[in-house]
Ligand binder design. Sequence first.
Ligand SMILES: [Zn+2]
Length: 228
Amino acid sequence: MKSKSMKQEKTLSATLVSNPFAFSSSSICADDECFDDIRDTDPGVIVKMSNAVHNMLEGIGEDPEREGLLKTPERVAWAMRFLTKGYRQDPEEMLKKAVFTESYDEMVLVKDIELFSMCEHHMLPFFGKAHVAYIPDGKIVGLSKLARVTEVYARRLQVQERLTQQVRDVIQKVLNPRGVAVVIEAKHMCMVMRGVEKQNSVTTTSAMSGEFLSSQSTRSEFLRLLNR
Ligand SMILES: [Zn+2]
């Protein structure tokens, strides 16, 4: 780290007054940047990530030493840990905790689950809504868990297609219902901000199993409920 900062002193025109790499354990989490569920992050990880962000700032032609950017590397590191906390959560275990035996055998649909994720190709946000349905076969799950499990997968680097399938698959695996259907509608900042597509373009993906695939009337009912 020493030699790296020496190099910077040569390339930066501004006088270095502080070493941006000198994160001490006391500077970790000094701001309100870390929430409880990421507070136990290894300080070494934050230092490593902060260094990367520092380099990125130089790469885009910024001066990481100017006042407004001094703590940015560390803030970004904490933000990224938060936005990817789904890597450290187990969706299967989460669902299993809230499974109940019930004879209800009609479709269960939770609509408009808010979703924030990041595309794995650009690490830019994509966000929108998920709609999750299943037809129980003797077992139901707490409704909030359908939203929670969607969030766990969303808080990882993703492609929308895989995210959709992962939500379907974990519900299918844990509940073994007669069918699962997941639809996700999202806006991708890597398309919108870079002008690749029109600003309002929304990407829709779907993943289904069981009766949602084999029964035309079940699928129709699902789509009718979605559009209501
Ligand atoms: Zn992208």
